[in-house]
Write a protein that binds this ligand. Structure first.
Ligand SMILES: [Zn+2]
Length: 180
């Protein structure tokens, strides 16, 4: 390896009678020169690289922000109950089993319960009972809650009064789609 080097900035200049012990080079050739100086081999062998990739994959943690209240130290009791209008944040009123309406926006909202249940699973916990659904969405009776819970792709746990419905957080509640 050469310790000293004369670099010519102007490639149109040619050097005559240069001393034999001095290396002369044009600036445009410097990148190639430096690349050739790098004699260190790969830092990791292929095997080490695969092993490292494997360890990183195994140590990977899925992003799981739910339930948001628990993860963010919010008391679930502070969460507003009832179905809320997306546009004006006012409480919706139920017209029938399928339709709610907003008095302020003067519009009907279909399947408003879908967002309400998504909110529950995102905010509160991964299970909901008929009673919890009734209270959270401010529904008039257990039949209304039952209608809503059966419309969604939830896993039913237990029977009669102990029945709970569960959402698996491996899928975000935001992606929940009602059953056809
Ligand atoms: Zn509204």
């Amino acid at each position: 390896m050469t310790d000293s080097l004369v670099v010519m900035a102007n490639s149109k200049v040619s050097v005559r009678n240069a001393p034999a012990d001095i290396q002369i080079m044009y600036a445009k050739h410097l990148p190639y020169y430096f690349r050739m100086q790098d004699k260190t081999g790969p830092i990791l062998t292929d095997k080490q690289m695969h092993s490292l990739a494997d360890k990183l994959r195994k140590g990977e943690k899925r992003y799981d922000p739910y339930p948001l209240c628990e993860k963010n130290g919010i008391n679930p009791k502070q969460i507003r109950r009832g179905l809320i209008c997306d546009d004006c944040d006012r409480l919706l009123e139920r017209k029938n089993y399928k339709v709610w309406s907003c008095r302020t926006c003067i519009r009907d909202v279909k399947q408003a319960y879908e967002q309400g249940i998504k909110d529950w699973f995102m905010l509160i916990k991964d299970t909901i009972s008929n009673k919890e659904c009734r209270e959270f969405l401010q529904l008039k009776d257990k039949y209304a809650a039952n209608y809503i819970l059966k419309k969604l792709p939830l896993k039913q746990i237990g029977r009669s009064t102990t029945t709970h419905y569960m959402w698996d957080y491996r899928t975000s509640p935001a992606d929940m789609k009602p059953l056809k």
